[in-house]
Ligand binder design. Structure first.
Ligand code: NAD
Length: 520
């Protein structure tokens, strides 16, 4: 949404991207604004390189991709510093939230992709003389469009997922943070020198603003993986629908936490603190609104406020600092407007509240009215709202009262009880007694429901979704039969046979009971 606001002053495909450090304002570099023709050329080159890559076995691809993982891990410090410098997040977050999970994702799929993408046989029912199986075929070229809040782990992670599945990837990074993607591409090119099965054109970067992203959707790619705001995601969905190509949409959230009266206050306070303020609240999974059982509301709020007071905000490259600078200047005004609305509706600011230049302090509000903007609109700033509730049913109703459904959280003393609450929350993922980091578990699906997205990344299903899953059917027995019983010619006699079969197989008689007993 915010990058879109920047793109509103977009002069089209002209000019260039000039990138400054969010924390110091220093000039970091420039990147071209690439045209629709540039994008089409990149896709054509990617398609050429994909032919040989897609023909390799999954095992060979996994083996070859290790060279890239090695390069990334060997340059982890450089990459973390580059992410921190360009995005403004603390150095530790750049390493632990961007670089580390990327390496783990690669290692995870290197080991498991051959099994996940192996042909799967389907147990047939009535046509038991046949054999059916599914096999995964790469789609071709996948377009990846990324946001600025995880400028390394999201677009580069999506691209390697596409590669594990045998595709090539063309990445359009956010116009706010394009340099880290170019740095990753340089490492990819290095890896290609060490590993002859990797080709530089398998991963390509096209830089630019919204128009370059739109051009990628219409460039002939075979699938789009988009991460960004809901309004842009809808445009991407329309562009893909017109071409009948699949898209994965990972969009925004306004993520609730429910805290029951028996929750462990200390763990809950630490989890909510980190869940709300990591990356200065610029996380799609950030905890934004807490529905807390009234008897413990003040104790929990006070503890979070106390802990927030210990957080050190400053130069993101100083490894002691815990909050850095806001990545994108217009976001501060969006957060401020949502904060002002909450205060106007009676909320009390318990800490923080006044941004200082690019630094937005961790801000805790209580006495928040459910229904005010802070409980409905994604602020993407370090704003945290506490809403006391009288019972769990009210908490569940408020938590689900949103058009978005990315993440939800439950904090409960009894984890089983927490899981029962979690199952009733309308979110792609609900974590019990934990916060935001399930994106770091590559085996689990990362997905939103309602307006928060379509499809999923990560997980076995997410990998298979990057392929065409095709079905093959053969004959396994009765091969001497020259034709099936239901082929031509039709006759009253054959009709009678089938009628009898329907009645005896499914009409509740003895054969039906036998078939059920033998599991048919
Ligand atoms: P954004 O929608 O403004 O931009 C995202 C990307 O889309 C950018 O690269 C932009 O250039 C491109 N784009 C703009 N117009 C386009 C068009 N018409 N066609 C194709 N591409 C176009 O989002 P943002 O401000 O960069 O990111 C913040 C948003 O992303 C927040 O809403 C956040 O919640 C969401 N997000 C979601 C996830 C998730 O996994 N669900 C992860 C990170 C961020």
């Amino acid at each position: 949404m915010v990058a879109l606001a920047q793109a509103a002053g977009d002069a089209g495909f002209v000019d260039k991207l000039v990138i400054h450090s969010p924390s110091s304002g220093a000039l970091l570099g420039e990147a071209p604004v690439q045209t629709a023709e540039d994008v089409r050329d990149a896709v054509a080159r990617a398609r050429k390189a994909q032919a040989a890559w897609g023909a390799l076995s999954v095992r060979e691809r996994c083996h070859a991709l290790r060279a890239f993982r090695h390069k990334v891990a060997q340059h982890a410090d450089d990459l973390a510093r580059a992410v921190s410098t360009e995005n403004g997040k603390p150095l530790q977050e750049a390493l632990v939230h961007d670089v580390l999970p990327f390496c783990d994702l690669m290692a995870y799929f290197e080991r498991r992709a051959p099994g996940i993408l192996a042909p799967q046989s389907i147990s047939l029912h009535l046509m038991m003389q046949r054999r059916s199986y599914l096999h995964c075929v790469p789609r071709g070229v996948v377009g990846v469009i990324g946001p600025w809040n995880f400028p390394f782990s999201i677009p580069i992670g999506d691209a390697v997922m596409a590669l594990f599945a045998g595709n090539a990837a063309v990445i359009k990074p956010s116009e706010v943070t394009p340099l880290i993607a170019l740095q990753a591409k340089a490492l990819w090119d290095e890896a290609c020198k060490d590993e002859p099965r990797l080709h530089p054109d398998l991963i390509q970067i096209v830089t630019g603003r919204g128009l370059t992203g739109a051009a990628l959707c219409t460039s002939g790619v075979d699938q789009v993986m988009f991460t960004g705001s809901v309004p842009t995601g809808k445009k991407v969905a329309v562009a893909c629908a017109e071409r009948l190509i699949p898209c994965v949409l990972e969009l925004g959230g306004i993520n609730p936490a429910i805290v029951t009266a028996d929750a462990d206050i200390e763990r809950t306070a630490h989890a909510i603190l980190w869940g709300a303020f990591a990356n200065s609240g610029q996380v799609c999974a950030s905890i934004s609104r807490v529905y807390v059982a009234r008897p413990i509301a003040e104790q929990l709020t006070a503890r979070v406020v106390e802990l927030a007071g210990t957080l050190v905000q400053g130069d993101p490259l100083n490894a002691d600092n815990e909050l850095g600078a806001m990545t994108f200047l217009p976001q501060i005004a969006i957060g401020q407007a949502i904060l002002d609305d909450a205060i106007a509706q009676g909320a009390r600011v318990r800490c923080g509240g006044t941004p200082n230049g690019r630094y937005f302090p961790p801000t805790v509000l209580d006495n928040v009215a459910h229904g005010s903007r802070i409980t409905q609109d994604e602020s993407f700033t370090p704003l945290l709202a506490f809403v006391p509730v009288d019972d769990t049913e009210t908490a569940i109703r408020y938590a689900n009262d949103s058009d978005k459904g990315l993440m939800a959280y439950v904090f409960a003393g009894d984890e089983e009880q927490g899981a029962r609450i979690a199952e009733r929350l309308e979110a792609g993922t609900t974590m019990v007694n934990n916060a935001i980091d399930s994106h770091g578990a590559p085996g689990t699906p990362w997905q939103g429901v309602k307006q928060s997205g379509l499809g999923q990344v990560h997980s076995a299903q997410g990998l298979r979704d990057l392929c065409q899953v095709r079905h093959v059917q053969t004959r396994s027995w009765l091969p001497w039969m020259s034709k099936e019983l239901w082929w031509y010619p039709y006759s009253p006699k054959v009709y009678g046979v089938f009628l009898q079969a329907v009645k005896s197989l499914w009409g509740g008689g003895g054969v039906d009971r036998i078939m059920r007993a033998i599991g048919k």
